[in-house]
Design a protein around this ligand. Structure first.
Ligand SMILES: Cc1cc2nc3c(=O)[nH]c(=O)nc-3n(C[C@H](O)[C@H](O)[C@H](O)COP(=O)(O)OP(=O)(O)OC[C@H]3O[C@@H](n4cnc5c(N)ncnc54)[C@H](O)[C@@H]3O)c2cc1C
Length: 415
């Protein structure tokens, strides 16, 4: 009789995209003893495009991270995570009058080592730790083809690699998805956002009131503008934490900050996309100041001190409904499978969940417990369920915060 050991199938796994999901998958596979994995990332180095914003980590996201990461990296993650503060969201109008706000459940309660938010750049460094030789930087995936029962990935520099499995972890504008599911494009919600970062010390000096300092704050302006303000206060600065927990692992000097996201509907913004997306950090900061002249001065002080180099324009998009891909050797993960607006703070958490789940699925194939199509089909069945819930929740909050979003079927353009 054929035992799982007889059916064991070594897999060469090619991951496109070294973001939150792709790197977690690589970590998880290595932890599970699946060593033939390589990650191709278009950024030239781990520093990449430094979008130093913070990420909220949900209970599901934390569980997945802990499942994928070795213990030392988990300790570093906890040590560099956000100092825990009050739960939930505080809502105000632009004159700082308190408003009603939805509540978030957190099944972790007050666990002392819970990780409820991290700095994205710090997380990426932690996810890269120990993956020397696994991640190839400066490799932009262009297309794949099938040859001899294998999948061949091609890169802009002319190189290629052949594997048994190709994982599309290349984010919201996935090139793998563009080839394998060209019609499955994201819908443009019509919301334009300005993402920026203000050093905590600067914001406090500028008069940020005590009551707003340590909370996730949402401000609704009567002029159709929304502000989400989130603190990132490191329990231990990453460099210091690494000296203790992982000597030799390098981190940049980092300071505590507030991440702010201004959002406004395109109809209210009244700027063509070509102009909005061409704006520099300084111009975007000035735009926010110009549109908030009647806002409380203590709030305006926060973005007057925003770092121009860390200020970016953004469009809110969604892929809905979430659909499985053909269960085979090209497998979607994270934003490539399900792009959702950042309003729910769950996009990365869903990508992490995918990583842990796909890791289990692929490891079971290498042990001969299941066939690849069966394992991938089951991974996607689960993924579609929880990613649909996450997408719907994110859309609900987006709609709550921006009533102009028109979710009527067929009304949103695909981009
Ligand atoms: C402002 C903002 C705030 C957010 N806040 C939260 C939050 O608080 N919590 C949360 O859970 N989520 C949040 N999200 C969502 C989260 O950032 C994404 O859902 C998450 O990063 C998706 O992970 P991913 O691995 O699928 O893709 P990514 O993290 O985007 O990684 C994709 C990687 O693929 C690489 N890549 C792309 N194309 C190619 C190519 N052709 N070849 C090679 N490499 C390629 C990219 O360089 C990138 O490194 C936020 C998003 C935004 C914009």
């Amino acid at each position: 009789m054929n035992t799982p050991r007889d059916r064991a199938r070594p897999l060469r796994i090619i991951v496109i995209g070294g973001g939150v999901g792709g790197l977690s998958l690589a970590q998880g596979l290595r932890r599970a003893g699946v060593d033939d994995v390589v990650v191709y990332e278009r950024d030239d180095s781990p520093r990449g495009r430094m979008q130093g914003y913070r990420l909220r980590i949900s209970p599901e996201g934390e569980r997945a991270l802990r499942e994928c990461l070795p213990h030392r990296a988990q300790d570093l993650l906890t040590a560099t995570s956000n100092v825990r503060h009050e739960q939930g969201l505080a809502a105000y109008d632009e004159r700082l009058t308190p408003q009603w706000a939805p509540e978030f459940d957190d099944s972790r309660g007050d666990a002392p080592d819970k990780v409820d938010a991290v700095d994205r750049v710090t997380l990426r460094r932690i996810l890269l730790a120990g993956l020397d030789g696994v991640v190839r930087f400066g490799e932009r995936f262009t297309h794949f083809e099938r040859a001899g029962g294998k999948v061949v990935a091609h890169f802009a520099g002319g190189g290629s690699d052949t594997g048994d499995v190709l994982v599309a972890a290349d984010g919201a504008n996935s090139q793998v998805r563009a080839q394998s599911r060209p019609a499955y494009r994201a819908l443009d919600l019509g919301v334009r956002a300005i993402l920026s970062r203000t050093p905590r010390a600067g914001a406090i000096e500028a008069g940020l009131p005590e009551v707003l300092r340590d909370r996730f704050v949402n401000v609704t302006g009567s002029n159709g503008l929304r502000l989400a303000l989130m603190p990132m206060v490191f329990r231990t600065p990453p460099r210091k934490a690494a000296e203790r927990l992982w000597p030799g692992l390098e981190f940049d000097e980092t300071e505590d900050y507030y991440m702010s996201v201004f959002s406004v509907h395109r109809d209210v913004l009244r700027l063509p996309d070509s102009a909005f997306f061409a704006m520099t950090g300084e111009e975007l900061r000035d735009l926010v100041l110009e549109r908030t002249t009647d806002w409380h001065p203590d709030l305006r002080g926060v973005f007057a001190h925003a770092e121009a180099a860390e200020t970016y324009p953004l469009a809110l998009r969604v892929t809905t409904p979430v659909e499985p891909w053909e269960p085979g050797d090209v497998i979607p993960l994270g934003d490539a499978a399900h792009t959702m607006p950042p309003t729910g703070g769950v996009g990365a958490n869903t990508a992490l969940r995918d990583a842990a789940s796909l890791c289990r699925a692929l490891a079971s194939v290498t042990r001969g417990e299941r066939s690849l199509p069966d394992a991938v089909a089951e991974y996607q069945r689960e993924m579609v369920k929880y990613a649909t819930e996450a997408t719907e929740m994110s859309l609900k909050i987006a709609k709550w915060s921006m009533r102009k979003i028109d979710l009527t079927e067929g009304n949103l353009p695909r981009t």
